[in-house]
Design a protein around this ligand. Structure first.
Ligand SMILES: C[S@@+](CC[C@H](N)C(=O)[O-])C[C@H]1O[C@@H](n2cnc3c(N)ncnc32)[C@H](O)[C@@H]1O
Length: 291
C-alpha cells in the first residue's frame, strides 16, 4: 500500500458526525483515509486536496475505484476557501488534515526527506521555488540558526549553523547525506535518534511553510463547516499540535467550537506495531456549534 492511514477508526469516529454529507480530506497522500472513509460510509462524498504531483498521479490511478465520489484538487490546503468556492461549495460537514510526510515522500530518495537522500530538496510541491538546498547553501548563519531553533527546537542550532557555514567554504552542500555529515560533526547520537532529526524537521517545516499553512486552514475551517461539522487534525510533532490545541481552545471559548478530544488521542500499541509511523501521531477534533 502507498500509505497506511494513521488511526483510521479514530479519525472516522471524530470526523463523521451524521449520515451522508460532504467532507474535505486536505491531505490525500495515497488516498488511505479517503478510501477508508468511502468504504465505511457509503453515502458520503469527498473533496480531496494534495499539492504533491505524486499524490495527484495516485489519485488518477485510483479514480475509477472512487466511483465519482471524490473530486481531487492539486493545491495547497491553505487555499481551501477559494478552491471550494470555485466548485460552488459553501459549506462542508467535516475537514480532515493528516499533516505528516507520506511514506512515499519519505522513501523517495530524490525528494530529500530522509537522511540518506541523494537530493537536498524537501519540497512537497515541486512548483514552489524554495528548496532546502538553497536555504542550506545561501542563508546567513543567524537565519539558519533561527530556523533550526524555531522549527526544530534544536539546542545546538548556533553551532550547527556555524558548522554549515564553515563547510560551505569547501563547496556546495548537495545532498541530504552531506548535510547529515556536517550535523553529526557537531552533535552526537542520543539513543537511537539520528542527530540530524531536528534539523531535517526544521528545514522541511520551513521550506513547505507547514505551520503557516496549518494556521490558515484552522482559521478558515469554522466558516466552512455546517453546524455539527467537524475539524479533525492529525499532527506529528509538538509545534503543530500546540497550534491545533490553541485554535480549538480559543474557538471553544468563543462558542464557535465544542472540543471533542479533551486530551490528545494517540495510536494504540497494536497499531504502532503494524504501522510504526503512527507512533507520534496525535488527533485533535472539534465540532462547530450551531452559532
Ligand atoms: C501523511 S500524508 C497523508 C496520507 C493520507 N492521509 C493517506 O492516508 O494516504 C500527508 C500529505 O499531505 C500533503 N500535504 C502536506 N501539506 C499540504 C498542504 N499545505 N497542502 C496540500 N497538501 C499538503 C503531502 O503532500 C502528503 O501527501
Amino acid at each position: 500500500m502507498f500509505h497506511i492511514p494513521v488511526m483510521p477508526l479514530e479519525t472516522s469516529r471524530y470526523l463523521i458526525g451524521k449520515p451522508g454529507g460532504l467532507y474535505v480530506d486536505c491531505t490525500f497522500g495515497g488516498g488511505g483515509h479517503t478510501s477508508y472513509l468511502l468504504d465505511k460510509f457509503k453515502d458520503i462524498k469527498i473533496v480531496a486536496f494534495d499539492w504533491d504531483e505524486d499524490s495527484s498521479k495516485r489519485f488518477i490511478e485510483r479514480e475509477k475505484e472512487f466511483n465519482g465520489r471524490v473530486v481531487f484538487i492539486r493545491d495547497n490546503f491553505k487555499n481551501i476557501k477559494k478552491a471550494l468556492s470555485a466548485l460552488n461549495i459553501n459549506k462542508v460537514d467535516g475537514i480532515l488534515a493528516d499533516i505528516g510526510v507520506s511514506s512515499k515522500q519519505f522513501g523517495d530518495l530524490d525528494r530529500g526527506f530522509s537522511f540518506n537522500s541523494g537530493a537536498l530538496d524537501m519540497r512537497m510541491d515541486k512548483r514552489n521555488s524554495l528548496a532546502a538546498k538553497e536555504v542550506v547553501n545561501s542563508y546567513s548563519c543567524e537565519d539558519l540558526a533561527d530556523i533550526f531553533y524555531k522549527y526544530g527546537e534544536e539546542r545546538k542550532s548556533k553551532q550547527i549553523a556555524s558548522a554549515i557555514l564553515l563547510r560551505r567554504k569547501r563547496g556546495i552542500i548537495n545532498t541530504a547525506s552531506e548535510l547529515q555529515a556536517v550535523i553529526c560533526s557537531v552533535k552526537r547520537p542520543e539513543g537511537k535518534i539520528n542527530p540530524a532529526t531536528k534539523i531535517f524537521q526544521a528545514l522541511r517545516i520551513f521550506v513547505n511553510s507547514e505551520l503557516e499553512n496549518l494556521a490558515v486552514l484552522l482559521s478558515d475551517a469554522p466558516e466552512l463547516l455546517n453546524a455539527g461539522g467537524r475539524t479533525v487534525i492529525i499532527s506529528f510533532h509538538s509545534l503543530e499540535d500546540r497550534i491545533v490545541k490553541h485554535n480549538f481552545k480559543r474557538n471553544s471559548e468563543c462558542g464557535i467550537y465544542k472540543t471533542l478530544t479533551k486530551k490528545v488521542v494517540t495510536a494504540l500499541k497494536e497499531e504502532v506495531k503494524i504501522n510504526p509511523g503512527s507512533r507520534s501521531a496525535r488527533i485533535r477534533a472539534a465540532e462547530k456549534t450551531s452559532v
